[in-house]
Design a protein around this ligand. Structure first.
Ligand code: ATP
Length: 254
């Protein structure tokens, strides 16, 4: 039976204190992500996508509802446990790569394991294996400033994956890439997803990147507006995504 990796039930997020101008960014969102699923989150600007990713990734706290990741309830986890949980169970990929410029690509990828106190003898094969999966074995001794944007993002993907997290959380990972590098990053992520059963939650504005997902959750005004599942080719799914985005655009014009 396929395991549920992420279970989000009736999650709410209110910004601002009581008696102040409060903003309801999430109004009761529920969904699940199964092990090995590649799920995209889309929706208009201000819909609540980043807020949703932040509460699932434990970077922010939900105001209400339940969030379970790999069977652990993170909504009632103590702050002291959360950082340990985050470093062991989650992998992050951001738009701006977030690589440390003073470390080599090898050292950057090794970082999650070094921080967990794993010995350098054990780290080496893990870094080499994940670098191979992402096709960056040849740049491990280089510094981030000397490699391309596409290679930086592959290095960031390798770093997100090296400690074998329960899920990879990606916020607009192709946002700073040109279309060729965006395509090759999405192909690399799809390869990890298909061949290594890596579960991924991807927030994106870009319908092309989203078309690599198995399923898209569309968020609007802090609520789940629609969900579509890929059941044909990637280009058919791309068209279906464009149709839903057109619904948002025409609603905005009314
Ligand atoms: N710290 C905060 N305090 C108050 N309001 C906030 C805060 N963070 C986000 N918001 C509001 O919550 C809403 C959702 O923001 P969020 O960043 O999640 O949207 P988004 O869908 O990711 O948008 P975008 O596509 O533009 O990145 C927005 O109206 C935003 O102004």
């Amino acid at each position: 039976m396929t395991q549920t990796v992420v279970n989000v039930q009736n999650v709410k997020k209110v910004f601002g204190k009581r008696n102040e101008n409060q903003f309801h960014a999430l109004n009761g969102v529920s969904f699940q992500i199964k092990e090995g699923e590649f799920v995209g989150v889309m929706g208009p600007s201000g819909a609540g996508k980043t807020t949703l990713l932040n509460v699932v990734s434990t970077l922010d706290q939900a105001t209400g509802g339940l969030i379970e990741i790999a069977g652990s309830n993170i909504t009632n986890m103590k702050q002291s446990h959360l950082s340990d949980f985050r470093s062991k169970k989650l992998g992050f990929i951001f738009q701006d790569f977030n690589l440390l410029e003073n470390l080599t690509i090898y050292e950057n990828i090794a970082l999650p394991l070094s921080l967990q106190g794993v010995s350098s003898r054990q780290i080496k094969p893990s870094v080499q294996e994940v670098a191979k999966k992402l096709g960056i074995e040849g740049i491990l001794e280089k510094y981030p400033a000397t490699v391309s944007g596409g290679q930086k993002q592959r290095a960031a993907a390798a770093r997100a994956l090296v400690h074998e997290p329960a899920i990879i959380l990606a916020d607009e990972p192709t946002g700073a890439l040109d279309s060729k590098n965006a395509k090759s990053l999405m192909e690399a992520m799809t390869h990890l997803n298909h061949n290594h059963n890596v579960s991924i939650m991807l927030v994106t504005h870009d319908p092309f990147s989203a078309s690599y997902c198995d399923r898209i959750l569309f968020i609007q005004d802090g609520e789940l507006y629609k969900e579509i599942q890929r059941d044909g080719t990637r280009s058919e799914f791309h068209q279906s995504i464009l149709h839903v985005l057109a619904e948002f655009a025409s609603a905005e014009e009314e």
